[in-house]
Design a protein around this ligand. Sequence first.
Ligand code: ZDP
Length: 344
Amino acid sequence: MQFRKYQGLGNDFILIDARRTESPPVHPDQARLLCDRRFGVGADGLILALPPEGMGDVRMQIINADGTEAEMCGNGVRCFARFLADLDGASASGSWRVETPAGIIVPQLVADQQVSVDMGEPFLSPSAIPTNIDAGGSLAQAWLEVAGEQLLVAAVGMGNPHAVVQVDDLDLIAFTELGSALETHPAFPARTNVHFVQVISQNQLRMKVWERGAGATLACGTGACAVLVASHLRGACAREADIELPGGILHICWDEENHLQMVGPAEFVFSGNWFLEEDAKLLTTKPIDCSIDCSQGCLDPDNCPSATARANAMALLDKFSLNQLVDLANESIEQRTIKRIKGG
Ligand code: ZDP
């Protein structure tokens, strides 16, 4: 199974082209193994390109490193656009309508290896996020007990759920303990991505990411959008800001149409071939018998024994006249040998 690896601000993904296959080529267990950094390729998630089911050009399926499925992935959709452009070359448009469980998302290639993405509208109602924190005002937020601490937690949906906690100093928090405890807090029935944000200025935020199903990661596109929305609604920043993540900077703008616009990089890392059990089976099965196995069409055109035999016969026919061929057929092996030795 061919795969390519991409990263956006160090948030890394294995991408597989399954647009022309009938069923997805990987099972969640295989995704878990592929994403494992010691036993597999290593990635924060695995992304499949699938045939569209609706009005889009292509469908994107995201599987977290732990084998669970996510509805959306902001850094992933930028990598997805770069992946499609690399695969389709000159025929690629540079912009795609991507079907996701969070709706149609539209990434577009722009200058300097950057990808700009219309991430759609944020979800602010508790049931859509989903969270059981009740929205008193426009933002669902409440004090929750997390790993023994009281935290003011805001909830925002970008198709996938996000919890946003504002802190004074990112370097002083018990990040892993709080992140993992909040990921599975009962206030978030589908678990949640967790973000800690430090406000630097109206147009500049710093954040740290604990991803649902992946743990600490270097960046999160949907998370950066959720952080901007929560911080703006709290009055802590403008509608547009640079968001500094451990892996680098994302530019996020919450536009007048209520859509989040995200700009950030996406880069190819390497490609490879993963041998699944099915591939291994193919390698150990008996050689193809053309006359039986290929009755519906050649099974191995790059390595076809019958094509080689045909090519040899054609070469022989080209080399001799019809009379020579008749003579050849009439001569015995003994006569031919004598002739060859005598140099005739
Ligand atoms: O929602 C989830 O389960 C996330 N782990 C999906 C991935 C989100 C991501 N970090 C992003 O950039 O939006 C990749």
